[in-house]
Design a protein. Structure first.
Length: 270
């Protein structure tokens, strides 16, 4: 599943091809993805110039003077910029033809993605209650500390709550908690300010590292035959239940926390 670093890398990879370009036409090969595709995508978007391509949480926004196309890659989606003669493949649901002659093509086998519309000056309902971006300065240990007081949810569930901070999915929550030495089971409200400072720093470090590595695989997002280009992960905890802890060798434990598979070291994480 595309996580925040993949979405950010997609944004950065698309920007040079899409920014300042006018969308000449839009082809929809089906009327819906996870939800019906917004009517404005075919009625308003053609003829508009892309003024910015932004990311908010795991959403991408193509901003034009008439409004913004709001995209989510869902579980399996990918966006690529292709030459016009590249044949359409199964699950290529949407094409946007640019005035460069290239095509921005949205492929999504499982169709959990979406393509919606945000009117100028408006904030789409899906973006309204989101917490801060993890790489912004407002996200820090104090933000986590004050937001967590009185909360009895496990810290991992708390960290994955999009109203607290966006874009920390199951993989990055497990890895950041491992790096910070915090048990995912611990009550969010019972973690000190100092430990939250460490946790916020690890979230930033791990996400920034993944985004940086993504920069080296940018070609995958624009080459016609490239795989979608999700990153190979270098993981310490996620998906390693029963294997030795990379720090101390103790077998890593695995359990469901908030209905998500969770792995941690019972010795290193308290
Ligand atoms: Zn350990």
């Amino acid at each position: 599943m595309p996580e925040l670093p993949e979405v950010e890398t997609t944004r950065a990879g698309l920007a040079p091809h899409v920014l300042g370009r006018t969308i000449r036409s839009v082809v929809l090969r089906r009327p819906d993805l996870r939800w019906p595709i917004a009517g404005e995508v075919s009625t308003v978007l053609p003829g508009q110039r892309v003024e910015a391509i932004r990311r908010r949480a795991k959403y991408l926004l193509l901003d034009t003077g008439a409004g913004s196309a709001l995209l989510h890659l869902g579980m399996s989606g990918s966006l690529r910029v292709l030459d016009p003669d590249v044949p359409v493949r199964t699950h290529d649901h949407v094409d946007m033809t640019l005035d460069s002659g290239q095509i921005l093509r949205f492929n999504d086998p499982r169709r959990f993605g979406c393509l919606l519309w945000q009117a100028p000056g408006d904030t789409h309902d899906l973006l309204r209650d989101l917490g801060p971006e993890p790489l912004d300065d407002v996200f820090d240990g104090d933000h986590l500390f004050f937001a967590s007081r009185g909360r009895r949810a496990p810290v991992k569930t708390f960290l994955m709550d999009q109203r607290i901070v966006v874009g920390v999915g199951n993989i990055y929550a497990a890895e950041a908690l491992f790096a910070a030495g915090i048990s995912p089971l611990r009550d969010a409200g019972r973690i000190s300010r100092e430990r939250y400072a460490r946790l916020a720093a690890e979230v930033k470090r791990i996400l920034a590292y993944a985004i940086n590595r993504g920069g080296t695989t940018l070609r995958d997002f624009i080459s016609p035959d490239g795989a979608p280009g999700y990153f190979e992960q270098e993981l310490s905890a996620y998906g390693r239940g029963g294997l030795p802890c990379p720090a101390c060798g103790t077998p890593l434990r695995q359990a469901l926390v908030g209905q998500r598979a969770t792995v941690w070291c019972p010795r290193c994480q308290r």
